[in-house]
Design a binder for this molecule. Structure first.
Ligand code: PDD
Length: 309
């Protein structure tokens, strides 16, 4: 049906009816509110060595997003776990393998899972309809982690005003603000757009941002202005284990530009050093414009956490 799409394995369901297929074959109604209004929520998580990483944390965030959106959760945690296990299972990959392009490393035990729930199918009306069945979509695609070069040299970012809505804590599929934000950095060949709301750091287009000063790590408060990344908890755990002071507080633009180190975190970036912001090198002294010592420790801790799964 959509021959330009690689046949990645996916699951499409409504209510108790669902099927595993490939994304080039999956069909949903044009009246799905996800399509009409962006009326849905999503999660992105990584599978390492066949095991979903921090799935209970993603499920807890999904539940929070659904509750805020007043969408009923179509599955219990056990049912979600089963669906994810089937999508990750090698048998499903074998079923899809015949039509896979040769260079598609979908058979790898590492993968990326995208999970989306929309409010469901109804005639167009802004009012949230009652008693419709949410639509569930999950997709498995190859996992592309940052390159060796990005790890060794860090990445360049640019800053911008945060013009998104004030419910950034909901992991909503209405992502136009994030799409516009990310395009600002893409257009100048940078990796992410670091955003500020009224002079204070919020986050990047699709990552959280961390500031290192005098050996301590700072992040922003977990409020409605940012998405609480699953790495918030993980980074705090690693800091605790390594004796790195950790705090969450409002951080000014000046503090960001005076940081010793700046870091990005997300499911796919893991933890990644920002070594240039708006064309200026980050940090001072020996590590100016280079990945710093706190990054190195957090990255090592992160790799240990992956193995512990
Ligand atoms: N983005 N902030 C925003 C706005 C995000 O979109 C993301 C994740 C994060 C980091 O969250 P986590 O640590 O749970 O990945 C922070 C995902 C990866 C995406 O939209 O593709």
């Amino acid at each position: 049906m959509f021959e330009h799409l690689p046949p990645y394995p996916c699951y499409l369901g409504r209510g108790t009816n669902g099927e595993f297929t490939t994304i080039d074959q999956a069909k949903i109604s044009v009246m799905d509110r996800g399509f009409i209004f962006g009326d849905g929520v999503y999660e992105v998580f990584v599978v390492y060595g066949g095991q979903p990483f921090r799935l209970p944390h993603h499920m807890a965030r999904l539940e929070r997003s659904l509750k805020e959106m007043r969408i009923s959760n179509p599955h219990t945690r056990e049912q979600w776990q089963e669906l994810v296990a089937k999508l990750v299972a090698p048998e499903l990959i074998a079923d899809c393998a015949d039509s896979m392009p040769v260079n598609t490393d979908i058979s790898s035990k590492n993968a990326l899972i995208y999970l989306q729930i929309t409010r469901g199918v109804a005639l167009r009306d802004h009012v949230m309809p009652k008693d419709i069945e949410p639509t569930v979509f999950m997709m498995r695609s190859p996992l592309n982690l940052p390159s060796q070069q990005a790890r060794e040299q860090g990445v360049a970012c640019v800053s911008a005003d945060d013009f998104r809505w004030e419910k950034a804590h909901i992991k909503s599929t209405s992502l136009l603000g994030s799409v516009f934000a990310r395009q600002i950095s893409f257009d100048v060949g940078a990796t992410e757009t670091v955003m500020f709301r009224r002079g204070y750091l919020s986050e990047a287009a699709s990552s959280n941002v961390w500031v290192v000063k005098d050996g301590a790590l700072m992040g922003v408060p977990k409020d409605n202005l940012v998405l609480e990344g699953i790495r918030f908890g993980l980074i705090e755990e690693i800091c605790k284990a390594q004796g790195i002071p950790f705090s969450l507080r409002r951080i000014t633009r000046e503090e960001v530009f005076a940081a010793d180190e700046l870091l990005l975190t997300s499911a796919t970036k893991e933890v990644l050093p920002i070594t240039q912001l708006d064309g200026q090198p980050v940090g001072n002294g020996a590590h100016k414009g280079k990945p710093g010592p706190v990054y190195q420790r957090l990255y090592a801790g992160y790799q240990d956490a992956k193995i512990a799964v």
